[in-house]
Design a protein around this ligand. Sequence first.
Ligand code: CP3
Length: 321
Amino acid sequence: MRQAGRYMSEYRALRERYSLLDLCRTPDLATEVTLQPVRRIDVDAAILFSDLLLPLEPMGIRFDFIRGEGPAIENPLRSEADLARVRRFEPREALGYVLDAIRQIKRELGARAPLIGFAGAPFTLASYAIEGGHSSSFAHTKALMYGAPAAWHCFCDLIADVIGDYLVAQIEAGVDAVQIFDSWVGALNAADYREFILPHTGRIFARVAPTGVPTIHFGVGTGAILGELRSAGGDIIGADWRTPLDEAWERIGFDRGIQGNLDPTLLLGPLDRVFGAADDVLKRAGGRAGHIFNLGHGILPTTPLEHVQALARYVHQKTRS
Ligand code: CP3
């Protein structure tokens, strides 16, 4: 979960010289940034350094990252005609630099840790393309979803094809697991999720399934739709801190794994509180197999690195017999 980033001084040093997109597009740099947290924190897996928005560009949706503000899409899609203009592409050509980075990272990681690849899911990707950046109400996205359902389904179908192709290409390049981020899909209720999202996200998981590579399905604020996320797919379902881990797991079903769910803002506070909260997560996991201990969302830039290191050490101490 976003384990590389601005809370690490070596990442900030690189960002003084290169833009975020430079880091993503240059395999040597993407490899270096992927390995930074593996060197500094005792994590059990590396996460490919990339960004969820990269597939938008070859779909014909141009964007950039604005310092301090996040992503900005040049011409957000606002009409049925805009949605219809978006195109499918061959990830081995248009995103070949990501696949090169994966091959290089795998060589450098060796047996030290497995590598997790990732991509965005339909609601989250559609929301960036339509809103033009981050949103709290998703007003434009929902207006198109409710107002032009046929165009919405066509668009999400295309996203599912693109993301399916891209994940299969990442798997061929060597990733050991894939995580599908539907970070903002918690904005939907269960009925809307089933109608507007489930068929498309389901198709992505069905596409990856024959590879046999483990899949993680992640969202934030999804307490009310964990059962729906499970139905769409994923060997492991992510849960955030708003739902206690045991309740979340019960809603998902104990025949699936769970990832989560410490509140990342806790890492800003004192370590005794961090350890207390980690104890609570572990107690609720009850020692069952299939729990990936993780934060419920990404690490904040102001987080002290020592707190992240101490948490990883603490969880290992408590769970390695
Ligand atoms: O090494 C790793 O841990 C992987 C890093 C990673 C990035 N983006 C790099 C990045 C991952 C897994 C992503 C996925 C991603 N990108 C998501 C899904 C994950 C989530 O947090 O829900 C989303 C929603 C995006 C889109 C995105 N990229 C946003 C909203 C932002 C701005 C956020 C901010 O804090 O400014 C980004 C920028 C981004 N992508 C950064 C990083 C490390 C910020 C750092 C920088 O500007 O250098």
